[in-house]
Design a protein around this ligand. Structure first.
Ligand code: AMP
Ligand code: GLY
Length: 423
C-alpha cells in the first residue's frame, strides 16, 4: 500500500493517546480519527463521538469516511467480535478474531488452551457452580487465587488468605453475581510467587515478534500493596530479564502459543500480550491479553524506532517476517496519575492542574475531557507521564522531578515506579 492511509484508533485511554501519538509520526498516514478519544488525542486526531462498544456504528463510520485501517485499543470490542464484523465488510482491522480473543475473554478457555499445548501456567481447577466451589476450596492451600472467567476490568482476580475470605469471594462472584455473567464460572488457581513481566508481541498468524519487555506495577500503593488496578506505571525492559530467562520464555511460552493458535486455525492479526511470572518452578503464564497493555504501551512506543503503521500493515498482509524491530537506547519510565479513590469509588470532573510546567516528558491523557477550555478528570486513570533517561535510574528521577513541580494534591500517583529493586 503506497498511498497514504486514513486510520481509526478505537478507545479513550492513555494507551490510545500513545498509539495516536506514534501513528501521527508515520509518513504513511494522511488523517487519524479517534473514537471516542480524549482531550489528549484531540490535538493529534479528529475525535469521533462513538463508543468503543458500538461495533456496528464504528463499521458504518469507517465505510462512510473510507478509512483504510482500524486499530483497536480495549478488550471489549475485540471479545465481542469487532474483527469478524469488519472482515465480513472487507474493512482492514488490526485485531484478533472473536475466536482468538477468547484467550482474554475466557480465562477457562485460555487455561484449556495452555493445557492442550503444554504451555506452563499455574495449577488450576475450573468451577461451574457455587456448591462445587465450596467443596473444592478445602482442597487448595492458601493463599489461593480466585479468578472470574470473563472480562471484569481488573476486578475479577482475588488473592485470598484463608477459607473465610475465599467463601466470601465465591459468594460475591457466584451467588451475588457482582460481575454479572463474567463471574458465573470461576477458576481456583495456585498462588505463585515471583516477578511479573509483560511481553507484548506482534502476531500475523505466521510470525510472532515480541516487543521489548516491560514491568507493570499493578497494585495501587507504593511497595506493591493494596488492591489491583489496571496498572499504575511501567518501564521497559524488565530489569531482571536475562538471556536465559528470555530463551525459556520464547521456547516454552511464545512459540508454543503461536503453534497453538495455528493448530486451532485462529485468525489473529494484532497484538498478543503475555502476562508472565518468573516463579521458582519456572516462568509461567498468568494471563493472555489480546491487545496492547496499558500502561505498557505508553513506555514501549516511545522506545520503538520503527514506523508503527508500517508494522501494522505488515501484520495485516501477513508480512511480519520482513519486519525488524529497532529500539532506542534510552530508558523510559511512565507514572499513572489517577483520581483519588481509584480503583474504588472516585469523583469525576476534578480540574487538572496546569501541566505546562512539565518539561521533556510525554503527557498521555486517559480520563480527561475539556469543558469551556478547562481540563477535567473523567475516569479512574487520568494521565500517564513518561520521562526518559540514559538509564532507568535517570528516567525514574526525571519523571518524579517533573511530577513534583505540580500540585497534584487532588490526584494520586505511586512514588516508586521504576525505582531500582522494585518489580
Ligand atoms: P490476571 O488478570 O490473571 O493477570 O491477574 C491479575 C494480577 O493478579 C496479576 O498481574 C498478578 O499480580 C495477580 N495474579 C494472578 N494470578 C496469580 C497467581 N496464580 N499467583 C499470584 N498472583 C497472581
Ligand atoms: N497493564 C495490564 C493490562 O493492560 O491489562
Amino acid at each position: 500500500m503506497n498511498k497514504k492511509v486514513k486510520v481509526l484508533v478505537i478507545g479513550s485511554g492513555a494507551r490510545e493517546h500513545a498509539l495516536t501519538w506514534k501513528i501521527s509520526q508515520s509518513k504513511k498516514v494522511s488523517k487519524i480519527f479517534c473514537a471516542p478519544g480524549n482531550a489528549g488525542t484531540e490535538k493529534l486526531a479528529e475525535n469521533v463521538d462513538i463508543s468503543a462498544h458500538s461495533i456496528h456504528r464504528l463499521a458504518d463510520f469507517v465505510k462512510e469516511k473510507k478509512i483504510d485501517l482500524t486499530i483497536v485499543g480495549p478488550e471489549y470490542p475485540l471479545v465481542e467480535g469487532i474483527f469478524d464484523v469488519f472482515k465480513a465488510l472487507s474493512l482492514p482491522i488490526f485485531a484478533p478474531s472473536k475466536g482468538a480473543a477468547q484467550l482474554e475473554g475466557s480465562k477457562i478457555w485460555a487455561k484449556k488452551f495452555m493445557k492442550k499445548y503444554k504451555i506452563p501456567t499455574a495449577l488450576f481447577k475450573i468451577i461451574d457452580n457455587y456448591e462445587e466451589g465450596l467443596k473444592n476450596l478445602k482442597e487448595f492451600p492458601f493463599p489461593l487465587v480466585i479468578k472470574a472467567n470473563g472480562l471484569a476490568q481488573g476486578k475479577g482476580v482475588e488473592i485470598v488468605k484463608n477459607l473465610k475470605e475465599a467463601e466470601s469471594i465465591l459468594k460475591k462472584f457466584m451467588q451475588k453475581k457482582i460481575l454479572g455473567k463474567s463471574g458465573e464460572k470461576i477458576i481456583l488457581e495456585e498462588f505463585l510467587e515471583g516477578k511479573e513481566i509483560s511481553i507484548l508481541s506482534f502476531i500475523d498468524g505466521k510470525t510472532i515478534l515480541p516487543m521489548v519487555s516491560a514491568c507493570d506495577y499493578k497494585k495501587i500503593y507504593n511497595g506493591d500493596i493494596g488492591p489491583n488496578t489496571g496498572g499504575m506505571g511501567a518501564y521497559p525492559p524488565a530489569s531482571f530479564l536475562n538471556a536465559s530467562l528470555n530463551k525459556e520464555i520464547l521456547e516454552k511460552i511464545i512459540y508454543p502459543t503461536l503453534n497453538g493458535i495455528q493448530k486451532e486455525s485462529l485468525d489473529y492479526k494484532g497484538v498478543l500480550y503475555f502476562g508472565l511470572i518468573a516463579a521458582k518452578s519456572g516462568v509461567k503464564v498468568l494471563e493472555y491479553n489480546v491487545r496492547f497493555g496499558d500502561p505498557e504501551t505508553q513506555v514501549i512506543l516511545p522506545k520503538l524506532k520503527n514506523d508503527l503503521v508500517e508494522i501494522i500493515l505488515a501484520v495485516i498482509s501477513q508480512n511480519l517476517s520482513k519486519i525488524n524491530l529497532k529500539w532506542r537506547r534510552e530508558n523510559f519510565c511512565g507514572v499513572v496519575v489517577s483520581s483519588f479513590g481509584y480503583p474504588g469509588e472516585f469523583k469525576k470532573e476534578i480540574p487538572l492542574p496546569d501541566l505546562t510546567k512539565l518539561k521533556d516528558v510525554l503527557i498521555f491523557h486517559a480520563g480527561t475531557k475539556k469543558e469551556n477550555s478547562k481540563l477535567l478528570s473523567n475516569a479512574g486513570r487520568v494521565l500517564t507521564i513518561v520521562a526518559k533517561g540514559n538509564n532507568l535510574k535517570e528516567a525514574h528521577k526525571a519523571v518524579y522531578q517533573n511530577l513534583n513541580k505540580i500540585d497534584f494534591s487532588n490526584f494520586y500517583y505511586r512514588k516508586d515506579i521504576g525505582k531500582i529493586g522494585w518489580c
